[in-house]
Design a binder for this molecule. Sequence first.
Ligand code: ZN
Length: 349
Amino acid sequence: MVSSRTRHSLFEAGFRAAAATGANRWLAPLARGRGVILTFHHVVPEPPAAFAPNRLLAITPDFLDATLRELAAAGFDLVGLDAVPQRLAEPGPPFAVLTFDDGYRDNLVHAAPVLRRHGAPWTLFVTGDFADQRGRLWWVELERAVARLDRVPLRPGLPDLPARSPAEKTRAFETVYRTLRAGPEARLLDAVAELCGRAGFAPGGVAAELCLTWAELRDLGRDPAVTFGAHTRSHPMLAKHGRDTAAREVAEGRDRLAAELARPVRHLSYPVGDPGSAGAREFALAREMGFATGVTTRPGHLFAGHADHLHALPRVSVNGCHQNRAALRGLLSGVPFLAWNRGRRLHVA
Ligand SMILES: [Zn+2]
């Protein structure tokens, strides 16, 4: 999952400004990198419900198709993650890498047929516990708990947050999400489990419903277009934990995946992937453990300088809240990221 919840309005403003001023045209030579790694999560045909705070993580198969057509029209080569170091090192046509995080079953059902039609290589980042049909997709659990509750307790001594209408539920979700994300991971998991209990369901059941099993992953692995990458054992925000725990999470996630699929695992996606979840320590860890690349959710294009920072690569999230051509063009132009990264091409510390 990504951390870009607060970025919608920024991007939206950026797209509008760029469209209004024609800024895309004159900023493009500055903003567009050598390539771009796109991030996807769910691909589902159904429109989101009125209360769907995780909707940014889901696009439709039609929009995936539109994205692939737009990439082709803009002259991007589709390449696998393995090709990134080489492509960064030498000038050439722009390239795009398609990555899917967490290992959702809808990727097999709804994304794979579209990707196959376009002959597109893609990478699936798998969390071991999710493939084991356990673990905590706590952001989904939180959404489901708030959907069922009329009032959401935030912390003792404070009044409950009202959650009757979709608008109230959205506000309650955002408040709880923001508060818990800022604190320790154990407290977040306990608090979400407590809300699940109040809402009348047990935490921990989401993975079996939403995530691919090892057997399904092995089936998918017969497709040579698919590369598998590691996404840890249990999906923790690594930087919030001690070094030993972080190293164990990454190693166990990789080793299990390699054993189940009988192939080497060369790429790592840091769970959540923002600077609060993955920083210099995690980048060094990934390098020391021999990964060829490590991908974050820090937004941005890839520039030649990233060849020296292959374990701190930015990505561009294809956001379910902005499934339109203007947004796509904005993302591929790189212009919105110039502002986000304050003009820096590299944001790797
Ligand atoms: Zn994830």
